[in-house]
Design a protein around this ligand. Structure first.
Ligand code: GUN
Length: 278
């Protein structure tokens, strides 16, 4: 079994980004990222803090616009408009989930697609489906970078994605189809999850349910990518996969923490540099 070390790869990518930023700064350009954080969701706060710290480490300017849970949609839209027009801001990110009274589609569509470093705008999602250059959502892009680093060939592989979210499962499926994998997407209404995961050469799980994937659900030699991040009652972090029991039978597996999580942040920085160079 080989551990897919996302933390090590993310550090390597961030070192390269640091050099890119230094070069841009020599040309008097400082990449800038604006983050909009709404409400008090503790997980969102942690993610935004990590994103801002990562920006600082590589020399990217970042600003976090914090807004209360009961904020008006119009106020968020106005902030996005200002960021769209601000020449010092190259990337804009609205941390999800949003409060229930806010129309998420309207908010995401308000972001200039050229500054859409999360790749959630329908323009970028559409281009991704068509295999055209676009901003690609950071988590699935990070998974693709892991495959590249470990020279895992995707052509013709049977991949089972568990979780069909707009921010992970669907863009992950598009990337894998573009790489000529055979993709099977499972979700909450899938009748027999095990029947799907058991057949797969590669199982990718991003649901947010600790212990969802057990040892009997993956075949010998499978590659397992765990995108879940769950806080257990004992305070420890765990993915969606029963790591201890599954790892011995895998050819490759990502740990949690230290797998896909750090790659998501590295890809956000990478997308911000891409937006700056546009
Ligand atoms: N919430 C969970 N993951 C993400 C992400 O990648 N980007 C944003 N903006 N919100 C999220």
């Amino acid at each position: 079994m080989i551990l897919l070390d996302g933390k090590k790869l993310a550090n390597k990518i961030q070192e390269k980004i640091k050099e890119d930023v230094e070069l841009l700064k020599k040309g008097s350009i400082t990449p800038g990222l604006a983050v909009i954080l709404i409400g008090d969701d503790p997980a969102s706060r942690v993610y935004v803090k990590k994103k801002a710290e990562a920006c600082k480490e590589v020399g990217v300017y970042s600003v976090v616009h914090e807004m209360p849970e009961n904020i008006k949609e119009e106020t968020i839209l106005n902030t996005i408009k200002l960021m769209n027009e601000n020449e010092n801001i190259n990337g804009i990110l609205v941390q999800l989930p949003l409060p229930k009274h806010i129309n998420q589609t309207k908010i995401l569509e308000a972001i200039d697609p050229k500054k859409d470093v999360d790749g959630f705008h329908p323009f970028n999602m559409g281009r991704l489906c068509l295999d055209l250059d676009s901003f690609v959502p950071c988590t699935p892009l990070g998974v693709m970078e892991i495959f590249k680093e470990y020279q895992i060939d995707l052509k013709g592989k049977d991949v089972c994605i568990v979780g069909a979210s707009n921010i992970v499962g669907k863009p992950m499926a598009a990337l894998l189809i573009n790489a000529f994998a055979t993709v099977d997407i499972c979700h909450i209404y899938t009748k027999d999850l095990k029947e799907h995961t058991k057949r797969a050469d590669i199982v990718i799980v991003g649901v947010g349910k600790a212990g969802l994937i057990t040892e009997d659900m993956v075949k010998d030699g499978a590659i397992v990518i765990d995108i879940g991040i769950n806080r257990l009652d004992n305070g420890k972090l765990a993915g969606d996969v029963d790591f201890d029991n599954i790892a011995p039978k895998c050819s490759y597996i990502t740990p949690v923490p230290g797998g896909v999580g750090p790659m998501t942040i590295a890809m956000l920085l990478s997308n911000t540099i891409k937006a700056t160079k546009l």
